[in-house]
Structures are given as C-alpha cells and as structure tokens.
Design a protein around this ligand. Structure first.
Ligand code: FES
Length: 387
C-alpha cells in the first residue's frame, strides 16, 4: 500500500488535509486562524463529553453493551479503533472513573458502544450493569490511548489475542477493517474460561464464516462436552501451528494482566520481537505482592495512613491502589488510563514508601523528583502525598 493510501486510512486525516488545502487557496496561515485551530483541537480532542445512554444490549449473563450518544445529538469526536474513553461516575458520593474501550466502529460517529463485563470485586462495573438505565446522563473524557493499529509501522497481517472482555477493542478494529474494506488480515484468538462468556459470539462467528480476511479461533479453558473451538490453554505449540510465519505478524494483546503476561512470554519464546507486540494495560495489578521487589514481610491487608498534605488523612489497606482510596475519601486527581501509562494521576510522594508495580511507566524524572502514579501505587507504609 502506498504511503498516501495508508494516510488516507487514518480517521480525521481527510478533514485535516481538506482544511489545509482550503487555507492554502485563500493564502491564510495558521497565525491568522489561531482561535479556529484551538477550537478544532478542542473539537477533535475534547476534555469532557456529555453523553447519555441510548440503548442497552444484553451480551452475556455478565456483560452488557451500552450505546452512548451525545446528549446534544451532535456527532462524537473521531477515534482510532482500539482507543478508550474514561467514564466519570458518582456512586453513593464517591466520584471515580473507569476507562472503557470503544467496541463500535470509528465509522459510526453518532454513538460509542461500550461493552462492560462484571468484574470480580468490581465497583464501577457493578454500578453500570445494575444501575445504568437508558436515557441516563454520563460524562466521559474524549477518546484516548495508543492501543491501535498504526498503518505506517504495523503492517497488514494482524493477530489479536483477547482474553474475556479483551475482545472489545478487537471488535472495533475488526469492524473498522471490514467497513473500510482495508486490505488487512485479522486473526482473532479469543480465550474465555467458559463458552457462555464469549462476547459477540454470534456476530463474530457469522463474520468469520463470510469474510475471507477474518479468522476466528475460539479457545475455552474450562470446556464442557459441547464447547466449540480449542479446549485448554494457549501454548507455544498451539500458537505456532495456528499462526504461520508467526514472527512476521503484528500482535495485539488485551485481557486480564496474567493473560497478557503469559501471551507476551509465549510469543517471545516463539521469537516474536517485542516491538511487534502491543499490549493494552488493564488496571492496577490485583496481586502486586507477587511481583518482583515487593517488600518482604508486608501484607496486602496491613493498615496504613495516607495523609494528603494540608487537606486531611485517612486509613486504608496496603493492597488498595492509592487513587481508589483517595477517591473513596473525597480526594480527586485527574486520571484516564488507570493503568500506569498516561501519567495524568501523578501525585508527589512527600514521605513514606509506595510500591510501584511493573505497570507504572514512571519516567526517570518522576523517580528523581518523587512523583508516583497514584492509579497503580500501593502504600507500603504510612505516607504523605501532595495533590
Ligand atoms: S491514570 Fe494514567 S497513569 Fe494513572
């Protein structure tokens, strides 16, 4: 594919190109239209979206899709298939947020579909599944995230390893490829514990049987005698038989953290270069104490005190990510990915110690000046932070 065709495939590229051509025609330059440029940037990358639930679709016993539309009926900002929005909610006085991948195709700008699965011990997912109603208003961030196909570097042979609700961004990528007739091959290897957990089962199977460039491999780790697809876990042998020329493919991985880690290990063992593997982070680790460098003798249930300089203090557990406990106690900080990637939630650690898991992508300067990413930081002693 030529470079021009590749760029044409990027959502929003045509709009930018046309407005540039119009400017050149009238002899304008960007200084003269600074305000307009600012407005355009805000329209394409809005900080907040005012949405409402238009429809709720029951996917499985533990999963629903929420079709969100603009509360004003406007077209929603463009996004890349694979990106997410951060949904802000107030649940019994606790203001918090969660990032959810967009399940729909970027071609449909009047709605975003969010597919939400009930998380074990979850807070926002329980609220969404049990209490969200049609017509209910919601606020979110604009689309964000870097987990998407990059036509300049990722090639045309794509393999997506999804675990559980990790199929959500995969669906958006797949629909994007099919609706725009892109010349990519897309192989979805979809792993679930039980067959009744398979989200979009009918749709995916129908597309796999009609679309030549889409392959679906279902894997069930706890099969019944009627289960379809492969039974058991992913292994290097299974993957190397399933995916020919495996080192030439581009891999996307999205699922629970242990699933993501085991997929990276398997692909690396098969010789796939790390740069050909993209992984969508999935929140703070549930068991940070199993990671390397966890301080010896510290248990997740130990009680610690968090002091917010000049604002107050509260008690929490070592195993509670700092951002969650801050929000529960009425403190807030910007956040988006809640997975240690975007750095929006960073706060300054004034005293005490926290455990920064491997999910925390702290920069050198963050470490040097004592910044921590509160969404994935675990207080391992009494701490004081500056918000
Ligand atoms: S919210 Fe993105 S790093 Fe914490």
């Amino acid at each position: 594919m030529s470079e021009h065709n590749v760029l044409n495939g990027i959502v929003g590229y045509q709009e930018v190109w046309q407005s540039k051509a119009a400017l050149e025609k009238t002899g304008s330059n960007f200084q003269e239209i600074k305000q307009d440029v600012q407005k355009t940037v805000e329209r394409i990358h809005p900080k907040r979206l005012s949405l409402k639930v238009d429809r709720i679709i029951e996917e499985t016993a533990s999963t629903k899709t929420f079709r969100l539309v603009s509360s004003t009926g406007a077209v929603l900002p463009p996004f890349q298939a694979g990106q997410y929005i951060n949904v802000f909610v107030d649940i019994n006085g606790v203001a918090t947020a969660r990032p959810y991948a967009i399940a729909s195709s970027p071609a449909h700008r009047h709605y975003y579909d969010l597919t939400i699965k009930r998380a074990e011990g979850g807070f926002v997912s329980h609220f969404a599944l049990d209490q969200l109603k049609e017509e209910q208003a919601l606020t979110s961030s604009g689309p964000m995230g870097t987990f998407h196909h990059n036509p300049l570097f990722h090639g045309e042979d794509l393999v997506f390893l999804a675990g559980g609700s990790g199929s959500v961004p995969a669906r958006s990528m797949l629909l994007d490829i099919l609706e725009r007739n892109l010349p990519y091959r897309f192989h979805l290897i979809y792993v679930n514990s039980f067959e009744h957990d398979v989200i979009y089962a009918k749709e995916l199977r129908a597309l796999a049987s009609t679309q030549a460039n889409f392959t679906l491999t279902e894997v069930v780790t706890r099969p019944t005698s009627n289960s379809q697809g492969h039974k058991g876990r992913l292994t290097t042998e299974f993957l190397s038989n399933l995916v020919p020329s495996i080192t030439d493919k581009m891999f996307y991985i999205c699922g629970p953290t242990p699933f993501n880690e085991s997929c990276i290990t398997l692909l690396t063992q098969l010789g796939v270069k790390r740069r050909r593997i993209r992984v969508e982070a999935n929140g703070a680790p549930k068991r940070p104490d199993l990671q390397q460098n966890w301080p010896e003798g510290v248990s997740l249930n130990e009680e610690v005190t968090v002091t917010v300089k000049g604002k107050g203090s509260y008690k929490t557990r070592v195993g509670e990510p700092l951002l969650n406990s801050l929000e529960t106690h009425g403190f807030s900080t910007e956040n988006a990915c809640r997975s240690g990637e975007c750095s929006l939630c960073r706060v300054k650690l004034v005293s005490g110690t926290v455990f920064n898991p491997s999910e925390a992508h702290l920069r050198k300067s963050d470490r040097k000046f004592g910044w921590i990413y509160s969404c994935v930081a675990f207080p391992t002693s009494d701490i004081e932070v500056l918000l």
